[in-house]
Design a protein around this ligand. Structure first.
Ligand code: SF4
Length: 349
């Protein structure tokens, strides 16, 4: 398998090059691409319009990525489903399917583990195992559609891992999932969340993909942010906020800010005022998230009264802020905990 090419990660143009290099007609690339990305097959034998000899040739040169359901938790309250998917090399990642009035949404992981070290996050406790390939990103969507029977309308890249730390594969995934010959998802229905890798925010802005950029902000001053998010030492708030303003100027897309409320750390009235000042009439939206406790850390979620007060104060100060509705609260272990329980503390199976 090592030498074989990951077929599902190829763009249509790359696939055409590969197919013509094998001496076959280019139109076969379009057929194969649709088998992979529209009918979502997982074996060459299912590509019944391809000659058997050619299918055997394909099998020798390429592989079709597959992920499998290792564990599945279904919320009795609202039907939210949390999947633990096993990758080909045994690594595991989490994917969450949420059902809203307007359709089904999925939250996918971009890496097995994470090296960003955010203090309130279980995904980073054992560090980074590896980044996911484009086909592994796609398969979280494809597999979830197949397993659940739902058509996915929107995607959030907010699961395990930092998407911009896996930049090339993530951009490849974005191009594949939005391709008209594939799933054809409008990237206006995709939101990518980053802890603030400023250089990559500028790279992404240049691509003008139309997606929503979501910034995990979580603090309003460098001292607090560096304490809970080590990435802030490299990219302090002044650089991050400038990048956000520039991103909006380049793409015209409103930025979303995530703010996980942690008791006594970032949820005081003074911090609400500081947040409004930091955002300074920016065209943006703030998502307030009562943080999920991680048993290895001492952080506690803000009380409901504090969350409500924080939001009301932001609204009074002219900031568009909502509290994220909690879905699947009965299966709602903090992101990364299911994987961690399954792989043990060292992060490998
Ligand atoms: S919050 Fe995101 S970027 Fe930070 S450690 Fe967790 S997965 Fe990584």
């Amino acid at each position: 398998m090592q030498d074989k090419i990951d077929l599902k990660s190829l763009t249509l143009e790359e696939l055409k090059e590969q197919i013509t290099a094998l001496g076959e007609k280019g139109f076969r690339a379009g057929q194969i691409y649709r088998w992979l990305h529209q009918r979502k097959v997982s074996s060459f034998d299912e590509m019944t319009d391809q000659p058997a000899a050619f299918r055997a040739q394909l099998e020798q040169r390429f592989y079709i990525n597959r992920i499998t359901v290792k564990k599945k938790l279904v919320s009795k309250i609202d039907g939210t489903v949390k999947y633990l998917y096993q990758l080909r090399d045994g690594n595991c990642v989490e994917t969450v399917l949420m059902q809203y009035k307007h359709g089904a949404s999925i939250c996918i992981s971009s890496q097995a583990g994470c090296r960003m070290g955010c203090q309130f996050c279980a995904s980073t406790l054992a560090g980074l195992e590896r980044s996911l390939t484009a086909s592994e990103l796609l398969d979280q969507v494809y597999m979830t559609e197949q397993d659940s029977g739902y058509k996915i309308d929107s995607i959030v890249m907010m699961g395990i891992g930092e998407p911009l730390d896996n930049y090339d594969n993530v951009v490849r995934f974005l191009r594949l999932i939005s391709s008209p010959e594939g799933m054809n998802l409008s990237l206006r229905h995709l939101s990518l969340s980053t802890c603030g890798l400023v250089d990559r925010i500028y790279d992404l802005a240049q691509l003008k993909l139309g997606l929503t950029l979501s910034i995990s902000l979580h603090a309003t001053d460098d001292e607090t942010r560096s304490k809970i998010m080590p990435v802030n030492k490299k990219y302090p708030l002044s650089d991050l906020m400038k990048a956000c303003r520039d991103y909006f100027a380049i793409t015209g897309r409103r930025i979303s800010f995530e703010y996980a409320l942690i008791e006594g750390v970032n949820d005081t009235p003074a911090q609400a005022t500081a947040l409004a000042k930091l955002l300074n009439h920016m065209n943006c939206h703030v998502n307030l998230i009562p943080v999920n406790p991680v048993k290895e850390r001492a952080y506690r979620r803000s009380t409901p009264a504090n969350v409500a007060r924080f939001q009301q104060q932001l609204t009074r100060l002219g900031v568009n802020a909502t509290v994220r509705r909690e879905l699947g609260s009965d299966i709602n272990a903090a992101c990364g905990q299911l994987r961690r329980e399954s792989v043990g503390k060292e992060g490998s199976i």
